[in-house]
Design a protein around this ligand. Structure first.
Ligand SMILES: N[C@@H](CCC(=O)N[C@@H](CS)C(=O)NCC(=O)O)C(=O)O
Length: 315
């Protein structure tokens, strides 16, 4: 994130406010479009295995959610995956991990080509995760909170037989938790890191640790946030927790406590890390190179810390 981008998304109080999601079409079982067609008049695209490509950065917590959910639900064959280089250049996310620096399915070198091909006037940040239609090359959605929910509800015919039910009956309770965790934790760490005034930073910091303290208590007598079974909100919390000590504690100045100093949250995050579908999606090298190497407003020399030792997650 450049200085200009931080400035553009900052309020006069110094508080950082995330840009909205530009592409909010949905892949839906309820579309009136036939297979192979584009969206209907409500922006709903047909569910078609093999048609869409999920573009992620392994560094990004919002994209990481989609990667975990896709794997847990067994959608690897239904929705293909593109992984961008964790280091963006001045044209943004690039496919430099692929042969000839080009995504082999979409045939593009930069994700911005898909964004601008869909909306030539687009002037915001080009973000992951995004789902791109391989038939037209258009971006269907970069609406990260909706993407994972739709993998659960709209792609159900293509789930693996033993797929977890990530959207539970306690939907209202989950949505409430999702909202609190988004504001104070998932986005809260960014509000600490990108704050441009002391007051804005301290407000974000206080809200972050107040919420983590509540979650620490909540996990005293349960394995998952909603009780005995894994749900979407656990995945949303996990992708922030797994980055906490490696990045947010130092880089974003979230340094009241390390995750490893919050016993229930640490045990919970570590248990998830060691569950199938979680740890193998975590790439600490790409995570650290992305944050420390590309936020030159807060780490101008781009030095990447050597620690912490990732073996604490497994040994
Ligand atoms: N779509 C959301 C969230 C996704 C997001 O922020 N992704 C980050 C990576 S973690 C990104 O793609 N950033 C690109 C940039 O800052 O230019 C947004 O616009 O803020």
């Amino acid at each position: 994130m450049s200085r200009a981008e931080v400035d553009r998304e900052s309020a006069s109080t110094g508080e950082w406010k995330r840009q909205g999601n530009r592409f909010t079409d949905r892949i839906s079982r309820d579309t009136t479009s036939a297979p192979g067609e584009g969206p209907d008049d409500q922006g709903r695209w047909p569910v078609e295995p093999g048609r869409y490509r999920l573009v992620v950065s392994l560094a990004c917590p919002w994209a990481h959610r989609a990667l975990i959910v896709r794997g847990l639900l067994g959608l690897e064959d239904a929705i293909s995956l593109a992984i961008v280089d964790p280091i963006r250049d001045e044209k943004g996310w690039r496919f430099t991990l692929d042969p000839d620096d080009r995504d082999p399915v979409l045939g593009i070198s930069y994700l911005s080509e898909a964004y601008l091909g869909t909306d030539p006037e687009y002037a915001g940040r080009v973000t992951v995760p995004a789902i791109v239609d391989t038939v037209t090359g258009r971006v269907v959605t970069n609406d990260f909170p909706q993407i994972t929910l739709d993998l659960s509800t709209e792609w159900v015919d293509f789930h693996r037989p033993d797929a977890p039910r990530l959207i539970p009956d306690q939907r209202d309770e989950m949505d409430q938790l999702i909202a609190e965790i988004y504001t104070d934790v998932n986005n809260g760490v960014y509000r600490c890191g990108f704050a441009k005034s002391q007051e804005a930073y301290e407000a974000a910091y206080d809200a972050l640790f107040a919420r983590l303290d509540v979650l620490e208590q909540r996990l005293a007598d349960r394995d998952y946030l909603l009780g005995d079974t894994l749900s979407e909100v656990d995945i949303r919390l996990f992708t922030t927790l797994v980055r906490f000590d490696a990045v947010y504690y130092g880089h974003f100045k979230c340094n009241r406590s390390k995750l490893t100093e919050l016993p229930n949250l640490w045990a919970y995050a570590r248990r998830l890390y060691q569950s199938p579908g979680f740890g193998e999606t975590v790439d600490f090298d790409q995570i650290k190179r992305h944050y420390y190497g590309t936020h030159d407003t807060i780490n101008p020399n781009g030095i990447i810390p050597k620690g912490p030792d990732p073996r604490v997650w497994t040994d």
